[in-house]
Design a protein around this ligand. Structure first.
Ligand code: FES
Ligand code: FES
Length: 216
């Protein structure tokens, strides 16, 4: 039954004031894109776990949030910032590292998946005093402009030459069972996951060709 105010104990004035506040809050949400803060924040407990692996030959033990990617573990927890974060979605290849000799996008891999793995980042490919031949070739052939994609390009290129040597076929290999040979088409196909916004592709291919010992 309605009480004398007709709104369950709330006066007409109070109800109209409450409605006006709600409408104003909704309007602010629409024009700013910001959601109103929930009355009580939902707190999700963060779970952590331990993982052990090696990076560039050094043993690493981490106790880490279970949601951490390998890329973030390298950059934020191990201070190995040579590996770059471009898209963080597996689309650019800037985060390429080698895991047990094979290249992967570290942004797509949880660090906890790497128990006992051997990881090589650009810092482990070569040093300023002792460059890897691929690094020297990139310098010689101007295989970069801004350099943001370069660590990923170099890690990937080093692994590509190993894949070809090991006879791993690609989408453009004419003979899936025969010995693989370096060619411009093979290299470009295998490097298609490494994007360079500066467009240094021709120079990168020339650098890799030199390391492979063939004409670019
Ligand atoms: S940052 Fe990993 S693929 Fe782009
Ligand atoms: S050198 Fe600039 S993105 Fe490749």
């Amino acid at each position: 039954m309605e009480d004398e105010n007709g709104f369950g104990g709330i006066t007409r004035r109070e109800m109209l004031a409450g409605t006006a506040v709600a409408v104003t809050a909704l309007a602010i949400t629409r024009v700013t894109g910001l959601e109103a803060a929930p009355a009580a924040p939902i707190v999700t407990p963060v779970e952590s776990a331990g993982v052990s692996f090696s990076v560039n030959g050094k043993a690493v033990n981490l106790q880490i949030d279970t949601r951490t990617t390998l890329l973030d573990a390298l950059r934020e927890h191990l201070n190995l910032t040579g590996t770059k974060k471009g898209c963080d979605h597996g689309q650019c290849g800037a985060c390429t590292v080698l895991v047990n000799g094979r290249r992967i996008n570290s942004c797509l891999s949880l660090v906890l998946q790497h128990e006992n793995d051997s990881i090589t980042t650009i810092e482990g490919i070569g040093t300023p005093e002792n460059l890897h031949p691929m690094q020297s070739a990139f310098i010689k052939h101007d295989g970069y402009q801004c350099g943001y994609c370069t660590p990923g390009q170099i890690c990937s290129a080093v692994a590509v030459l190993e894949e070809i040597k090991a006879g791993v076929p690609s989408h453009v290999s004419a003979d899936l069972n025969g010995p693989m040979k370096f060619s411009n088409a093979e290299f470009r196909e295998r490097m298609s996951g490494n994007i360079c916004r500066c467009g240094a592709y021709s120079n990168i291919a020339q650098a890799a060709a030199e390391v492979a010992g063939v004409e670019g």
